[in-house]
Design a protein around this ligand. Sequence first.
Ligand SMILES: Nc1ncnc2c1ncn2[C@@H]1O[C@H](COP(=O)(O)OP(=O)(O)O)[C@@H](O)[C@H]1O
Ligand SMILES: [Mg+2]
Length: 262
Amino acid sequence: MVGNLSRVIGVISGKGGVGKTTFSINLALALRRLGKRVVVVDCNISTPHLAYYLGVDHYSVTLNNVFRDEVDVKFVPIEREGVMFIPASEELRDLIRVDVTHLKTHISRLSNDSFYDYIILDSAPGLGREALSVFRACNEIIFLTTPTIPTLTDITRCAEVASQIGHKKFYMVLNMIRNKKYELSALDATNMFRSPILGTIPFDETVMDSTSLGTPYLIFNPNSKVSESYMQIAANLAGIRYEKPSFFSRMKRFFKKEKQFF
Ligand SMILES: Nc1ncnc2c1ncn2[C@@H]1O[C@H](COP(=O)(O)OP(=O)(O)O)[C@@H](O)[C@H]1O
Ligand SMILES: [Mg+2]
């Protein structure tokens, strides 16, 4: 996509723990498998998790240095599994002189460079300063939620804020689906909240195993329903038709131990 601006996607939610960081990383890996160039930015400056979830503990510069004008944002991304990542510092002292309202300026620099097809912003939850900086810096929003009424109702407020900021593209993703009676179906959620649904992801305890090991799920378990959901969501976002791999090709991959596609 050289010469065009990147698509800047904000991954937001009403509350924490619904899977934003997991989603941002795995969506990026799925887009990479579709041939896209992607960078993920940890915009949850006060409680950052991106580096930990990637199993990365050696990085010299972070988004905090960018906010303090110590380094150009273009030089911060680190590579993991073919995707670029910009971590935020886990040191409390690195919050000094960090003004998140400048996020849009830095992300615009990254976008104007035209190097990335997608810039994914992993947000803090809610509608505080950090989350609002993501609303302002992105041009499309993915609202991530679990499929229960209390978490889903936050979508109304978030969609209102998004429209006040001028966003037209607002999608919803339902995560951690357990197919229980108390859950709303994708159809119910679309009808109730009038937001287009980009996809659904099942609940799978092994996702938590992959998180605690610092191995992104698409690498940890590529032949699973969760990984397939991520591929489908990435394809929907990119407007590409996704062909589910046949049983035969999955078995071949399994026996060849081809865990990666990059
Ligand atoms: N589809 C899923 N099934 C089961 N657990 C999940 C799923 N997606 C995310 N998780 C787990 O939920 C927890 C919170 O995820 P996280 O990405 O940190 O959420 P957030 O960034 O919204 O706070 C993590 O332990 C993660 O492994
Ligand atoms: Mg998070």
